[in-house]
Design a binder for this molecule. Structure first.
Ligand code: ADP
Length: 218
């Protein structure tokens, strides 16, 4: 379903977000106070407008209150980020996602009603750190504070064994969601499915459980 977003702040984060939303078929009103960034985005976004989002009357004129989802992607200027979030929440925008620079910024945003707070630099650092520190881990997505979705190269020691023989769920508490072999992906694999070297496993588990599995198959 087509959704309408307003994205405020068109730096590296806001502009790549806008492009991705447009490619996915949604509508985006892109806003920045910097005219050159607005001009760049004018080719991509549904509408691109130069405005200072800390000015409540300007946001009203833009009809920001009619959007279902707003994203505040102002990184450097904390005051502008906080004020913009406050105005959007006072205008009753149902969902406001805000990029935070650090935990203190995030705490303030939570207090004034931001619905979703993201820490892209911190999260990317964690994600890359997990990838680099493991030989088998390909990618890692945090689903909740405890649960992760992990893409992992099937360790050599699993080669030729079925899921039942490996007994990963009972031994480690981890669910194997899918097995990818080359271009084929087997979603919800059966217990008698054999794992081969070169396969990629898609797993869900807690970080302790995943670490446990990784150590066992190092
Ligand atoms: P990134 O790390 O994503 O590049 P930046 O902090 O560099 O983030 O970019 C934030 C953008 O937000 C900048 O383009 C800046 O012009 C814009 N911005 C900052 N304050 C305001 C404001 N009050 N109104 C509109 N845009 C703003």
């Amino acid at each position: 379903m087509k959704k309408q977003f307003i994205v405020i702040g068109l730096g590296r984060f806001g502009s790549s977000l806008t492009k991705t939303l447009m490619e996915a078929g949604h509508e985006v009103l892109a806003v920045d106070k910097d005219l050159s960034l607005v001009q760049e985005m004018a080719e991509i976004a549904t509408h691109a407008i130069q405005a200072d989002s800390t000015d409540e009357s300007v946001l009203k004129e833009l009809g920001a209150g009619n959007f279902h989802h707003a994203v505040v992607a102002i990184g450097e200027n904390l005051q502008a980020s906080i004020l913009t979030t406050l105005i959007l929440k006072e205008m009753n925008v149902p969902k406001v996602t805000v990029k935070a620079r650090n935990i203190m910024h995030g705490k303030v945003l939570a207090k004034i009603g931001a619905d979703q707070i993201v820490y892209p630099e911190r999260d990317m650092g964690i994600r890359l750190g997990k990838q680099l520190s493991s030989d088998n881990l390909i990618d890692y997505i945090q689903l909740s504070p405890h649960y992760h979705l992990v893409e992992m190269k099937a360790p050599k020691a699993m080669n030729g064994y079925t899921l039942q023989e490996l007994d990963i769920r009972a031994k480690y508490g981890i669910t194997v969601m899918a097995i990818r072999s080359g271009d084929d992906i087997n979603v919800s694999p059966r217990a008698d499915e054999k794992i081969q070297t070169g396969d990629t496993l898609l797993l869900i588990g807690s970080s302790e459980e995943i670490n446990h599995l990784e150590r066992k198959y190092e």
